[in-house]
Write a protein that binds this ligand. Structure first.
Ligand SMILES: Cc1cc2nc3c(=O)[nH]c(=O)nc-3n(C[C@H](O)[C@H](O)[C@H](O)COP(=O)(O)OP(=O)(O)OC[C@H]3O[C@@H](n4cnc5c(N)ncnc54)[C@H](O)[C@@H]3O)c2cc1C
Ligand code: SF4
Length: 451
């Protein structure tokens, strides 16, 4: 192979400005008024509303749809946001096809479900566009709560605590609030700086001070917070990415999908972002799909996504898998990487095919294939960075690298609650993080009022 063939083909401006703009426009454009009214009319306003039961935040879905029908958008938004203050983001990013819309009774008539996500967006967009206040604060309680993490879990917890009259300080590692809403979610799901507009709206309730650039385990400890505040909520997400566990994993060109996505989300000009010609993505969850689709939409010539199990076991929903395929991503199931090859940077990656044995264990099938590549993205899951909790983990139960909480978000430390991706038993969705933050805030309030 010549020296030129060894050089990775990674460059910016693979597509022109118009193509990039088209590729990163709104994935699901908002409904017009007449479309929304027609869609709202499709709802049967079911008495037992299975859609509401399927929503992790328990939004009264027929209730908000009814208000859309009578053109009461403010009332509709209030019904949504009082249960889920990130109802605007969730309308954009929730996998509704496996939540409310999957439960919609319209499916059993072999029709398409009511487009609940799009209706939710229709009702809430005007509130965030015009920053219309819908909530107010209860009289001051005199209590002060520290929230660590400014993502969906932390902001939801902070907002509910503020409405209940408590003062809140949010300590956030990143330079902007929003967590993965700002740094992780695919760019075409949340255009026009929506994550920041939503965070601004949440904070406008008052009584919440955000300290960005403040990292637990570096700038302060959990003990410091427990000494100075009446309660602490941990919503720190997952800090480290899983490794492949192969030799030469540090070769240039083998990158964390999460880091690249964060760079993409912060890029002012997507055309300037360097992207490889041939990309290999390893993983089967939402992160794997997102990096695959976004690099393809930036102009990568080939994107191969390789997952060790079958389509049913992928963390990404069927809709997300279809999205990848219709964007030209090739998905290879039942294969895992076994060897990385390259001198100065990665050039080839070898996979062994896998299958399940009689006991349901994943085993090698005995045959292999290779892919030539310019960049490999690892997207095989993240883990909690337990190290940031330092010596304070004494008394804090951690199981499988996640913080153990009960249904109310209580940890095993009396004055510490937690929620979102960093706790065990979740499903790593924005809507679940919002719900856990809210539930913990309600429990913190109950405890503080008893004291
Ligand atoms: C690439 C990607 C795409 C996704 N797409 C979707 C999607 O389409 N739909 C969906 O429902 N879900 C999606 N998810 C999952 C969703 O983003 C998460 O479940 C959700 O953001 C979890 O919220 P959180 O508040 O627990 O954590 P995060 O959003 O991770 O926020 C954690 C916050 O804590 C702060 N923090 C971290 N460590 C510290 C520390 N030591 N000290 C202080 N602050 C700290 C961070 O700065 C951050 O603000 C996606 C995830 C990824 C990675
Ligand atoms: S299940 Fe479907 S039809 Fe019934 S209330 Fe919910 S959205 Fe409306």
């Amino acid at each position: 192979m010549s020296a030129a063939e060894h050089k990775p083909d990674i460059r910016s401006h693979r597509l022109d400005k118009d193509e990039i703009e088209r590729n990163f426009g709104d994935l699901h454009p908002p409904l017009t008024r007449s479309e929304a009214l027609i869609e709202a009319d499709r709802c049967y306003f079911c008495y037992d509303a299975p859609c509401t039961t399927a929503c992790p935040t328990g939004i009264d879905i027929p209730g908000f749809i009814q208000k859309i029908r009578s053109d009461n958008l403010r009332g509709s938004a209030h019904t949504i946001l009082r249960e889920n203050i990130m109802g605007g983001m969730c309308a954009r990013v929730c996998p509704t096809e496996v939540l409310c819309e999957e439960a919609c009774v319209r499916n059993s008539h072999e029709e398409k479900p009511v487009e609940i996500g799009l209706l939710q967006r229709y009702a809430t967009d005007p509130i965030f566009d015009r920053q219309v206040p819908l909530f107010s604060r209860a009289p001051p309680s005199g209590k002060k709560v520290a929230v660590v993490g400014g993502g969906p879990a932390g902001l939801s917890c902070a907002h509910r605590l503020a409405t209940l009259g408590h003062d809140v300080v949010v300590f956030n590692r990143d330079n902007k609030p929003g967590g993965l809403n700002e740094y992780g979610i695919a760019a075409y799901k949340t255009i026009d700086n929506f994550a920041q507009r939503e965070a601004e709206y949440i904070l406008s309730i008052g009584g919440i001070e955000v300290r960005n650039g403040q990292t637990l385990g570096r700038d302060f400890t959990l003990s410091d917070l427990r000494e100075s505040y009446d309660a602490v909520f941990l919503g720190i997400g997952l800090g480290s990415t899983n490794e492949l566990g192969l030799d030469d994993e540090t070769l240039p060109g083998i990158d964390d999908a999460i880091d690249y996505i964060a760079e993409l989300r912060q890029a002012e000009d997507l055309g300037k972002l360097p992207v490889g010609r041939r990309i290999v993505v390893i993983g089967g969850g939402m992160t794997a799909i997102d990096i695959a689709v976004q690099t393809k939409r930036l102009g990568a010539e080939s994107v191969d996504l390789v997952y060790r199990r079958g389509p049913e076991q992928m963390g990404a929903s069927e809709y997300e898998q279809n999205l990848a395929q219709t964007n030209g991503v090739t998905i290879h199931h039942w294969a895992r990487p076994v060897e990385l090859t390259g001198e100065d940077y990665i050039t080839r990656i070898r996979f062994e095919r896998t299958e399940l044995d009689r006991d349901g264990r994943l085993v090698p099938r005995g045959d292999h294939f290779e892919l030539t590549t310019d960049v490999v993205f690892k997207a095989i899951g993240q883990v909690l960075d337990v190290g940031v909790l330092g010596a304070d983990t004494a008394g804090l139960e951690i199981r499988r690298d996640r913080i153990v909480v009960n249904d109310a978000g209580r940890t095993t430390l009396r004055d510490v609650w937690a929620g979102g991706d960093c706790v065990s038993g979740g499903d790593d969705l924005t809507v679940t993080a919002v719900q856990q933050g809210k539930v913990a805030a309600i429990d913190i309030d109950r405890r503080l009022r008893k004291e």
